[in-house]
Structures are given as C-alpha cells and as structure tokens.
Design a protein around this ligand. Structure first.
Ligand code: FAD
Length: 482
C-alpha cells in the first residue's frame, strides 16, 4: 500500500479501524464521513439509530491489537466495564424477584461494555495524529466509478463561509476505496452497478427502544455492574449494559405489534407492562422517566443484510455493516466488522496482487459473515426465552464441565467460541453441530438406560429366582392393560 491513495467512506468504528490499518502500511489515507465529528458532542449528538453501548469481545479486541498499537488498546480498555456473564431477572412462583448469574465462560473470559461514541472517538484521535491521514466530516458519498477509480462527495460543511444553498460536490480519485458506510451503504449501492452482487435484506419482526437507568441516589450502579442484565419474556425482552458513569443503557426488544400496542396505551399501562414482565426495573428507572424515554426515544427496526461478492476488481471493498449488517443478539456486528478489517489486511499483506487478495477475502469472508448473521438471529430466541430453560442450562453445564475438566476433548460452548476466540465463524458452527449431535446421542442413551434399566433388573431378579415367580410375573404382565 506504500504510496497508494486509499479512500475510506464512513468513519464509524469499522471505517476508522480500516483507515488505521491502511495508514500503518504507508498509504495516503482520506476518510470521508457523512456526519459531523462525533467528538463534538454538543454540535453533533450521537446518531440515535445505533445503540449507545456495545459489547466488545475478542474478535474486536484482536483486530484492535493487530494494529500493533498497545497504547490504543489500553485506552479503549480504560473506557470499558467487564461483563462476566448474564444476570437473568425473573419472578419466582411466589412472586419474589429472582436474579440468576450465568457466567459467560468457565475460563473467566468476559465481554466489555463500551460506549460507541467513546470507542469511535479514541480511533479518530489516533487517526488525527497520523501525518498520512486526512478526515473530512460532512462529506457524503453520492456516486462512484469503480473502473475509473473516482468517487463523488456532496460537501455539507459550510465552515468555508460559502453562502450557496446548492450543495457543493467534489470528485476524488483513489487507488483503492474501502466502503464502511453502514447498513444503508452508498458504496454498496454503487458497487452493485459494477459487480454482480447477490443481495438479500430482511427486516425482522422486532423493534428496539433505548432507555437510560440512572445511578442510585448515592451515585452507585443500580444493579450489578459486571453483568449484561436480561429480563427474558419469551417473545420480547429488556436488557441493560453498564456504563462508566454508573448508569445503564437499557434496550427493550419486541415484536412490532407489541410496540404498536404500547405506543397507544395509557401511561399507567406501560408501567404495569414493565412491572409484570421486567420485575424490579421500575424501582430503578422511575415510572415518569420510563414513560418519557419510551415516548421520546425512537422505536427502531433491525435489519439483516447478506451480500456477495464484497469487492470489485482491485478497486473497492465493503466492510462492516455495509457488507453484512446483522441483528445485535450475539453482540457481534461491530466485532465481526473489525475482524473483517483484520482479515482483509491479512489477505492484502499476503499478495501484492490486490485483485487476487480481494477475491480471496470475499471467498473467505462471505461464508463467515453469513454464518454469524444466522447465529445472531438464533440467539434472539436464546436470550429472550432459552436462558430459563432447564435443557439449555443442562447443555451449557455439560459443555462447560467438559471444556474445563477434559480440555483434551477440545469441547467448548458455541458462545465462548464466538465471543472469546478468533476461530472462523464457519468453523465454530461445524464444531457446535458436531457437539450437539454427540450430546443428543448421549442423552438418548442415558434416557434409554433410565427406562430399560429397571425393567432389565426385574427380569434378572425373576430369572434368578423360582419358576413360580416367573409364572406369577408372566401372568401379571399379561393381565396389565398396556
Ligand atoms: P456504522 O457504525 O453504521 O458507521 C457507518 C458510518 O458511515 C457512519 O458514521 C455514517 O454516518 C457514515 N456514512 C453513511 N453513509 C455515508 C455516506 N454516503 N458517505 C459518507 N459516510 C457515510 N455490535 C457489537 O459488536 N456488539 C454489540 O453489543 C452490538 N450491539 C448493538 C445493539 C443494537 C441495538 C444495534 C442496532 C447494533 C448493535 N451492534 C453491536 C452492531 C453495531 O452497531 C454495528 O455492527 C457497527 O456499528 C457497524 O459499524 P460500521 O462502522 O460498519 O457502521
């Protein structure tokens, strides 16, 4: 990349990281971002179409670490709160509030809750400090010719004193363009005119709304700070992630119908809905606040996007949500996007032929991206309902014991492979399916033994004893109305 001009579209977490990677390889990097600098929070409030707090896990951390900048990783860590497991909030049969902690990992590995704006800000600060990087805010990609390697941006920035009401458009040439402009990617839209991109988009039947649970009056966390809290309610759920200011960022996820009903319900009904399904929440999040936040904060959809290929020639590649937006239930969207940056640059480093490197990247990454998108959909059921099921807990228990006490078996939960390893997503699913098959077979054997064991014991007993008893048993069996 030495001496090449790399244009990055989108300065979200994935675009910013990709710019750092390109800059560290000697490229001249220009980053174009639609919005204002998110570090000026007063002038540019956080984009409320994305949740404020995110779970950062191994794949994201590994991608940060692979920049080779330990100080950057440390700065990010200082702004995170460890979450060692899930805290499941339910009500017992007697109506008492119950909390059950389910640790994420038998080896003590954990997720980190991080403020999206802070993480993004740290990356932008490091970019700003590099002499070969320029960041242009309020620049919106409007068009691109990926054969001629030219892109067009609408400049919304009026700080140059221009009084024209017509937006200014600029043309930018490049050697290589990285599109990290989110789920509604303009880069992807233009890429589709050049490459034969298969594209699939799905809005799932779920909306989400964010709330803030403030610290207690004494300034402490209202609930345990080192957990990701879940109030499962079968077809919907409420979750809470800790923030460094001792508040919690909470999210209500539920079907569209449920939101529609709540939106038109009287205030008192919203509060009683929370009291019924999310025990204890209204003692920490005052009913008036709850109502106000539900009314003021947007109720947003969740989108799942799969497409392939992710590139065209040696000219352009799309990364992060632009290439594979997924529902947030595995906490992997950003982590996977950051991992994509690491994988992309490992392919670019491996061969000087960029077109070949991009083809290799698409070949490997689309498979993995599609797998994790499917897993994320499946994890919605796990979070809102399976976490309370005895069978789920039994499987987790057995898999964790095998992982801890018989490591030579190479057994691990799917969750720990996804969140705490860098194994390819497509490999993770293979291991999980194999483990599931073995466990199911074992459970069937145990169940069969439990049923046939006592019968066999009775027969053995009878056979060992008199002929008369055999005859009595035979007659008894014959008489029973099966
Ligand atoms: P974005 O963050 O969307 O950034 C794209 C950037 O491109 C934006 O800054 C945008 O302004 C800019 N842009 C857009 N169009 C243009 C244009 N035409 N020209 C120039 N710039 C443009 N992920 C996790 O890993 N862990 C979690 O716990 C997690 N929780 C989530 C919870 C919720 C409720 C949701 C909705 C998502 C969650 N995610 C999580 C997913 C995560 O938010 C995304 O995967 C991540 O933000 C993707 O980063 P990105 O940089 O690819 O895209």
């Amino acid at each position: 990349m030495d001496g090449k001009k790399v244009v990055v579209v989108g300065a979200g977490p994935v675009g910013s990281l990709a710019a750092l990677y390109a800059a560290s390889r000697g490229a001249t990097v220009e980053v174009y971002e639609l919005r204002d600098d998110l570090r000026n929070l007063e002038t540019s409030p956080l984009n409320f179409t994305k949740s404020i707090n995110l779970a950062l896990s191994e794949r994201g951390i590994n991608a940060l670490r692979s920049t080779g900048n330990d100080e950057l990783v440390e700065t990010v860590f200082q702004n995170t709160i460890p979450m060692h497991g899930r805290m499941i909030h339910t009500r017992s049969a007697t109506g008492a509030l119950t909390e059950q902690s389910q640790l994420y990992d038998v080896h003590g590995r954990y997720q980190r809750s991080v403020d999206r704006g802070v993480l993004n800000g740290v990356l932008l600060n490091y970019l700003d400090a590099l002499p070969n990087v320029k960041i242009f805010f309020q620049h919106k990609l409007t068009g691109a010719d990926f054969r001629k390697k030219e892109a067009w941006f609408e400049v919304m920035d009026r700080t140059d004193g221009s009084s024209s009401t017509r937006p200014k458009e600029i043309a930018v040439t490049f050697d290589f363009l990285i599109g990290a402009d989110g789920a509604h990617s303009s880069t992807r839209f233009h890429l589709m005119k050049f490459a034969r991109v298969n594209y699939q988009q799905e809005y799932i039947d779920c909306l989400w709304c964010e709330f803030t649970m403030p610290p207690t009056r004494s300034g402490d966390f209202a609930i345990s700070p080192n957990h990701l809290h879940i109030w499962p309610a079968a077809s919907f759920m409420f979750i809470a992630l800790p923030s460094t200011d001792k508040s919690f960022v909470c999210t209500l996820f539920g079907p569209v119908d449920m939101f529609v009903k709540l939106e038109s319900a009287p205030d008192a009904e919203l509060v009683s809905f929370f009291d019924k399904h999310f025990p204890g929440v209204t003692s920490q999040l005052a009913p008036n606040d709850l109502i106000a936040q539900f009314k003021q904060h947007p109720h947003l959809p969740l989108i799942n996007i799969k497409c392939s290929p992710h590139h065209f020639g040696d000219s352009v590649v799309i990364l992060g949500d632009a290439a594979n937006a997924m529902v947030p239930f595995y906490g992997q969207g950003m982590n996977a996007g950051m991992e994509s940056v690491r994988v992309l640059f490992s392919k670019l480093d491996a061969t000087p032929d960029r077109a070949q490197a991009l083809a290799n990247y698409t070949e490997e990454r689309t498979k993995d991206a599609h797998v994790v998108a499917d897993l994320a959909l499946g994890n919605y059921t796990e979070m809102r309902s399976s976490v309370t099921s005895p069978l789920y807990k039994l499987r987790k228990y057995i898999e964790e014991r095998l992982d801890k006490y018989v490591p030579s078996l190479g057994w691990a939960t799917q969750y720990s492979r996804i969140s705490f390893s860098n194994m390819r997503y497509s490999e993770v699913i293979k291991y999980s399916q194999r483990q599931k098959r073995i466990l199911t077979a074992l459970l069937l054997v145990v169940a069969a033994a439990a049923i046939t064991g006592p019968v066999a014991a009775i027969w053995l007993y009878v056979l060992r004893h008199s002929r008369h008893r055999r005859r009595v048993l035979y007659l008894w069996v014959r008489e029973v109305k099966w």
